[in-house]
Design a protein around this ligand. Sequence first.
Ligand code: ATP
Length: 467
Amino acid sequence: MEKIISLAKQRGFIFPGSEIYGGLQNAWDFGPLGTELKNNIKAAWWKRFVSRRGDMVGLEAALLMNTKVWEASGHVSNFSDPLVECEKCHHRFRADHIVEKYLKDNPDTIHEAVSADLVKLSRDIESFHINCSDCGGKLMSPQQFNLMLKTSLGATADKTSDVYFRPETAQGMFVNFKNIIDSTRKKLPFGIAQIGKAFRNEITPGNYIFRTREFEQMEIEYFISLPKKDADWERVFEEWRKEMHEWMSYLGIKPDEVHELDVPKEDLAHYSKKTIDFEYDFPFGRKELYGLAYRTDFDLRNHGEKSGANLKYKDNETGEEYYPHVIEPTFGVERSVLAAMCSAYTEETVGNSDEEESETRIVMKFPSWLAPVKVAVLPLSKKDELSSVARKLADDLRTEFTTDYDETQSIGKRYRRQDEIGTPYCVTVDFDSLNDNAVTVRDRDTMKQERIAISDLKKYLSEKLAE
Ligand code: ATP
């Protein structure tokens, strides 16, 4: 992990947030390459799950919503994690995480699965004699801690101005359900998709960009007609399960890096009847990457009943009126970035022929569509006669591909730099180019080089990048 964090900072993927002021705990800024990576992920996701499908529409709801939304959705009363506090230093921990850690460090302990139940957690902390990991102090009894982040609106500071930043994008899609049906005339089944920020006052953020208090989600609420039997919702759930696996492999994640966890009944979120967590083998352990939940009609029913708005769907053919049920595939953007970076990170030994000393080459083997820079133009010399041709070529390529131009340092170092940021193709312009109007194209993964006429270059790269 340290290697990825340091490469990400050095090359401009991810920087510590507010760094010049000493940072802000667990806040991260995305640099030039990280922004490209994130944008590529969001654009590909949108194209795949929204633009290319006739049964999906998009939405961008406000981040701040009426507090009644969070009361009806159950977040005010239920959206919490178990917290324990140290009596001595007052540091706070996720109660379930410290029990999990204890069991990992003491694998011989006989124990049932760790759950979020406060009574069980309290019993475990006591019977395992778990103390504060910072000062050794005694831990207080666990309590539920609400994860919603509060702020206040307007200049007055009374209670009525308190609002929450949304902890998930989902509710924007439920409260706009009627607007969307009325304006788009969509028939079931159909989905609403949204990409946007969410905020959670996490007790223990950490593991780099894995758990932060501000993050982005790509979520889909897929509405289906009233299931007459379990098989009706299970079929759609299964379709989305497959879609999610295909997306992960498109992202460059290998199938054996992902594991499905069928969330046990007692750990299901308050709205869910079934949830699968897609867990990824991060360098710090196997953790949730994405989730897929069957939310039943919980949200539409609650919003319909609490707001008084008619959120039922009317089937014009049968005349039936009901609250549609919902399958929810949810994807974290930062966790997508992190998993894609971990899967792409490769170390290779190169140049072990007799004349050359062998060295380690670090390559980010992103799929081409994901690579933040697609092509780099590298003139062999900084001399004006070469650099002017190379610059012109880079400007021309930039109209179609994200293109980098680099003329400093040796060509070997420049190749290494492009390998480290995952650029699929490097184009070198040499003195022969001035006569034969051709350039050398180097493939990132095979390191093979090919001579290509400048006039054919765009076509060549388009075909290669589409492979
Ligand atoms: P966890 O168990 O890791 O706290 P969760 O089950 O609470 O996650 P969901 O409520 O299902 O997560 O959120 C949907 C997705 O949003 C997650 O699968 C994950 O990709 C992302 N996500 C959730 N919390 C965070 C966070 N604090 N930082 C970054 N991404 C997050």
